[in-house]
Ligand binder design. Structure first.
Ligand SMILES: COc1ccc(C(=O)NC2CCC2)cc1-c1cc(C(C)=O)n2cccnc12
Length: 121
């Protein structure tokens, strides 16, 4: 069986909270702060099978539901892709999602993560 790397000091949690804080700064209008509901977005729950938003990601961080930055990154990409699936390209939501995804990929890039790791050990 593979050894599950111990993270007794919650290093991963620290990293994810730092990453989320910086990503969420980009969401100035709060469009990604809370779950989208069918009232503001008609038919949303039948079009988007796996909704995701920053508040859900924060509780997953707090509850140690992410085993790696990669798992967190997947939820971040899901959140952005949902917005680019439900909303038409000319909408503010699509445009914000595209911008957010782009800056998120930069922040979650290999060299940025290696840098963070270097500063931690
Ligand atoms: C938590 O989600 C939201 C919170 C607030 C707002 C909002 O303030 N919208 C006003 C700007 C023009 C109406 C929009 C949204 C929102 C996000 C989204 C996403 C992310 O798809 N959305 C799609 C259709 C309609 N509204 C939204």
């Amino acid at each position: 069986s593979i050894a599950i790397k111990e993270d007794e000091h919650g290093i991963l949690k620290q990293c994810l909270l730092y990453i989320q804080k910086n990503l969420q700064k980009k969401d100035v209008n709060g469009f990604f702060a809370y779950p989208v509901n069918d009232v503001i977005a008609p038919g949303y729950s039948s079009i988007i099978p796996h909704p995701m938003d920053f508040s859900t990601m924060l509780s997953k961080i707090e509850n140690d539901e992410y085993r790696s930055v990669l798992e967190y990154k997947k939820d971040f990409v899901l959140m952005c892709n949902n917005a680019m699936t439900y909303n038409r390209p000319e909408t503010i939501y699509y445009k914000e999602a595209k911008k957010l995804l782009h800056s998120g990929m930069k922040m979650l890039s290999k060299d940025k993560l290696l840098n963070m790791k270097k500063n931690l050990v």
